[in-house]
Ligand binder design. Structure first.
Ligand code: NZQ
Ligand code: ZN
Length: 386
């Protein structure tokens, strides 16, 4: 196992009827900016619950944050934060709202240029401070509620990029599983698949003798496979919703990543598909991941075999047959929750592959846990999905 340091200070408040607790977590004298998305929180009643809890607070609102939040929108919010002298940010929504709020929190205090710089240097070197923020999470998927990462899209250049910084870790996140009750099937499926692939990025690499991390990862995968379909078939199943919600948080709060190699190539390629075609984040992962498993079957052999055996009970046949069966099971699972895994299903023109490949060629970035996926392999992975 590798050496590691781990600290996660995010306070999680989990369970039924917990949204009203938001009032206890924000300093009473703070001027708060409530950020939200396209209005789902108004339809679901979450907005009223938050407003009611914060009725004695000095509150300003900023709505209209898009799924795959736009840099251009975040910059408007940063202007508002400065003009209103906001000193606490409360994100109410899914990963997009939480991510945008992180960007706003750091961007509002950034004095050395354009906050898009965070994306160019991944944040870790150039985010030096941020306004405090908290979250009321309405969609289990990204883990943003308990990590320091954010992904933002610059519409002007069709670039979707991530940054990470401990300064944007939420002070607290409230997770009320009843928020799942109002999610459309599409968003439940997205959440299950996004969390599933987060586990893969930290698990399906190579063995460093970390049996505990492996079993945590396998525990999350198994739970998602069991609970995801229950949530899809009965949205009011509170226990299934709770287990789904906690699985998604645990998939990307850093705990399963300690001491092990990480991949993230599927995410990096997936982000390009969203940048060019607006495809939902999780769906891009469902497209790319089977190609990644296929093309990297030699590098990832031991872990794919372990995954196939422990998660799907695949223990007969040659290594290659078992790897093919593990890929097929993964595809079947994604398709069973209603997510297609092939590029043509999303009307992606073939020339998109060349556009994406050329971006990786120009940047010279190599992906994967061994840094050995160059633009040529990116092309192979995408061509596998035609
Ligand atoms: O915008 P509103 O009206 O709120 O509606 C949203 C949105 O249309 C709706 N929704 C949210 N909660 C709901 C609800 N509808 C009914 N009932 C509820 N309770 O769902 C739609 C999608 O919301 P969004 O926040 O975009 O989804 P998600 O949580 O999947 O976030 C996706 C974003 O997170 C990034 C993705 O790239 C993408 O931009 N990611 C962030 C990560 C992180 N910070 O660590 C890691 C992930 O890998 C991911 O990249
Ligand atoms: Zn993701």
């Amino acid at each position: 196992m590798y050496n590691f340091e781990y600290k996660n200070p995010v306070k999680i408040i989990f369970g039924k009827e917990t949204i009203s607790k938001v009032a206890d977590e924000i300093p009473k004298d703070a001027k708060v900016l409530l950020t939200y998305g396209g209005g789902s929180i108004k339809r679901t009643g979450v907005y009223d619950q938050v407003k009611n809890a914060l009725k004695d607070f000095n509150l300003v609102e900023f709505g209209g944050i898009e799924p795959n939040p736009h840099y251009e929108t975040c910059m408007k919010a940063i202007e508002l934060v400065k003009a209103e002298e906001i000193d606490f940010l409360l994100a109410v929504g899914g990963g997009s709202v939480v991510d945008a709020t992180k960007f706003i929190a750091a961007g509002a205090l950034y004095e050395n240029g354009d906050p898009w710089d965070f994306m160019e240097k991944r944040g870790i070197v150039n985010v030096e401070k941020a306004l405090p923020l908290g979250a009321v999470l309405t969609l289990p998927a990204t883990g943003s509620e308990m990590n320091g990462n954010a992904v933002v899209t610059k519409m002007a250049t069709q670039e979707k990029k991530a940054f990470g910084s401990p300064f944007v870790l939420p002070q607290f996140s409230i997770l009320d599983p009843e928020c799942v009750f109002t999610l459309p099937d599409k968003q439940v499926a997205n959440g299950v698949v996004d969390a599933f692939v987060h586990v893969f990025e930290q698990y399906l690499t190579f063995d460093v003798n970390s049996p505990l991390q492996d079993r945590w990862a396998e525990g999350i995968l198994t739970t998602l496979i069991e609970e995801g379909p229950k949530v899809l078939s009965d949205r009011k199943d509170y226990q299934a919703a709770a287990n789904f919600m906690w699985s998604a948080t645990m998939a990307l709060n850093g705990i399963i990543a300690v001491g092990v190699p990480q991949d993230w190539a599927t995410h990096m390629i997936g982000h390009e598909l969203t940048a060019y075609h607006g495809i939902d984040h999780a769906r891009t992962l469902a497209i790319v991941l089977p190609g990644m498993m296929h093309i990297k079957r030699h590098n990832k052999k031991d872990k794919i075999l372990q995954y196939g055996e422990r998660i799907w009970g695949i223990n007969a046949g040659t290594d290659d047959e078992r790897i093919d069966a593990a890929i097929a099971k993964t595809v079947d699972f994604f398709e069973s929750v209603g997510i297609s895994t092939k590029l043509p299903d999303y009307d992606v023109p073939v020339d998109t592959i060349a556009k994406i490949t050329s971006r990786f060629e120009k940047s010279g970035i190599k992906l994967g846990e061994k840094g050995d996926i160059d633009f040529k392999e990116v092309e192979e992975i995408l061509k596998d999905r035609l």
